[in-house]
Design a protein around this ligand. Structure first.
Ligand code: BTN
Length: 265
């Protein structure tokens, strides 16, 4: 773990009122900020009055969760946030919510002057190193409403290798080179996420950021691993691959995707 390697930590302390003011007029009507929480995703999932537009941000998590059952190391200094959005009657909107969050995170990071990409399905990488992960889950409220809980963890100050030892990681403050305000960053991310949730061509924008398209990828599933060419993103967010036996669509819940030489490439 490295702290303040070369950069400047973000300014400000997470503040509910500032984030609410900066997102005034958006769909985010109920913003909660806590110092410590087990997991922001778990917190929303057990909320009895869960509704679309709920947001929880935490300074640290004691039981942060990553994709595929992994732990998400959550030291103080990084950003942990989950939001609740409508998933549709049959959860049909859920697969795209994680992708929309990835596009929103990429755009918000680019607005700091940092070049970044998306590694399918929704890791954000800077020069091949992971800076951000997204965990998208479904939930059903007491009134039987279907929701998608989209959680995002961003290495703002601290890079780490904890959730998977082979992942090279980086923190925003190591590459930013200038001060950025944590409350503005959080609010900008929320506003961008709302925009991409409602943008018809979100997938087109996603593809521009996606580091895998046009490359050979290694696909790791329960039955072993194989290589294929990543050619496109399907309308439901699946990765379309070309193998010797033809085209196939792969689902992020079933496999991990890596570059042939390393994490991305
Ligand atoms: C991944 O494995 O890359 C996804 C990591 C997602 C971590 C975030 S941190 C906020 C939210 N709460 C959690 O417990 N997980 C997500």
């Amino acid at each position: 773990m490295e702290r303040y390697k070369s950069g400047v930590p973000p300014t400000g302390k997470l503040d509910k009122l500032i984030i609410a003011t900066l997102t005034d007029g958006s769909m985010w009507k109920c913003i909660d900020v806590r110092e410590t929480i087990d997991s922001t995703n778990t917190f929303l999932k057990r909320k009895s009055d869960l509704k679309c537009g709920d947001v929880i941000v935490a300074e640290t998590q004691t039981a942060g969760r990553g994709r595929r059952g992994r732990t998400w190391f959550s030291p103080r200094g990084n950003l942990y946030m989950s939001v609740c959005v409508n998933a549709g009657k049959d959860f049909e909107k859920a697969p795209l919510a994680g992708l929309a969050m990835a596009v929103a995170a990429a755009e918000t990071i680019v607005s700091l002057g940092i070049d970044c990409n998306i590694k399918w399905p929704n890791d954000i990488v800077i020069n091949g190193k992971k800076v951000c992960g997204v965990l998208s889950e479904t939930a059903v409220s007491h009134e039987n409403r279907r929701f998608c809980i989209v959680g995002i963890g961003i290495n703002t100050e601290i890079s780490h290798f904890c959730e998977e030892p082979m992942h090279p990681a980086v923190a925003l403050c190591d590459v930013c080179g200038k001060k950025f305000d944590i409350n503005k960053f959080t609010a900008d991310l929320l506003i961008a996420f709302e925009k991409y949730l409602c943008t018809a061509n979100m997938i087109e924008k996603y593809k521009k950021y996606c580091v895998n398209i046009g490359k050979t990828v290694k696909i790791i599933g329960s039955g072993g691993e194989y290589t294929a060419e990543a050619v496109d993103i399907g309308e439901n967010g699946n990765l379309i691959i070309k193998t010797k036996s033809g085209y196939a669509a792969i689902n992020s819940g079933e496999v991990s995707v890596r570059g042939v030489y390393g994490y991305c490439d």
